[in-house]
Design a protein around this ligand. Structure first.
Ligand code: NAP
Length: 252
């Protein structure tokens, strides 16, 4: 008789909260976590797109929480509804290029509110209410822009660098509870974020140039989801406070 060997990369039996799950990386991370055996709590603002993500989740026990996470009441409601979890992946974020000379206070406040305050305040409430189980994992989405210069991204890069710094400190605070904290720093990944409208958004011509200069091309949402599974699973049980750079080999 064959004995089943459980993989350290499995998420079977785990409950994972994914923010920004109505699109791009968050959606794919939710789908891949469900394929690895987890039940998901998925968050975002757009109910229709959240339902679309929900319809792609295999397995059972998934739920949806809709709302704007820059609102403290929505954070409180999310923590309440999530219940006990084994992991959280913070994919909520916006990326808006802006020439440094055009930067205004309102623009900075919006980016910092969504990219920094939201993941850190949600994490704070999850820890305060003891929602994250022992051996649980917290995962932030930073960016390559936090570690190397990217034209027009001085504000965005600051928001993403803040998450790398916070990861190191949080990891020290949560280690005694057996909770790990890590961060992913991807370069360009083909998601709706790259194809938005607006004066400063990347052109298709620029994206083609980027595809050509990255030794392994640009990333896919699957690439990032596979790394997320590693950091959520017991395969990474000895890793905390770290940031994984994922850039197709352009930083060498
Ligand atoms: N794509 C890349 O190349 C890349 C590279 C490096 C890092 N990242 C980072 O990875 C994360 C995900 O990026 P992505 O490419 O998946 O972007 P995306 O496709 O634009 O998705 C962003 C997600 O954030 C959610 N969101 C935005 N503001 C929110 C708010 N106030 N409250 C609640 N949810 C909010 C959106 O929800 P709704 O649509 O429902 O509003 C959406 O689900 C971001 O932090 C980004 O900075 C992306």
């Amino acid at each position: 008789m064959m004995t089943a060997i459980s993989s350290p990369f499995s998420l079977a039996g785990k409950r994972i909260l994914v923010t920004g799950a109505s699109s791009g990386l968050g959606r794919q991370i939710a789908i891949s976590c469900a394929q690895s055996g987890a039940s998901l709590i998925i968050c975002g603002r757009n109910v229709e797109r959240l339902q679309e993500t929900l319809s792609q989740l295999t397995g059972e026990g998934h739920s949806v929480i809709a709302g704007d996470l820059t609102d403290d009441d929505v954070i409180a409601q999310t923590v309440e509804q999530a219940g006990s979890i084994d992991g959280v992946v913070h994919c909520t974020g916006i990326s808006v290029p802006m020439p440094a000379r055009m930067t205004k206070r309102e623009f900075m406040e919006r980016l910092y509110s969504i990219n920094v305050f939201t993941p850190q305040l949600l994490t704070a409430q999850l820890l305060l209410k003891n929602r994250i189980n022992k051996d649980g994992a917290i995962l932030f989405l930073s960016s390559i822009a936090a570690v190397r210069g990217v034209h027009g991204m001085s504000v965005y890069s600051g928001t993403k660098a803040a998450l790398i710094a916070a990861t190191r400190c949080l990891a020290l605070e949560t280690a005694k509870r057996g909770i790990r904290v890590n961060c992913l720093a991807p370069d360009l990944v083909e998601t709706p974020m790259l194809h938005g409208s607006g004066a400063n958004m990347p052109t298709e011509e620029w994206l083609d140039q980027q595809r050509a200069i990255h030794p392994l091309g640009l990333g896919t949402p699957d690439d990032v989801a596979h790394a997320a599974i590693f950091f959520l699973s017991s395969a990474s049980r000895w890793i905390t406070g770290t940031t994984l750079i994922m850039d197709g080999g352009i930083t060498h």
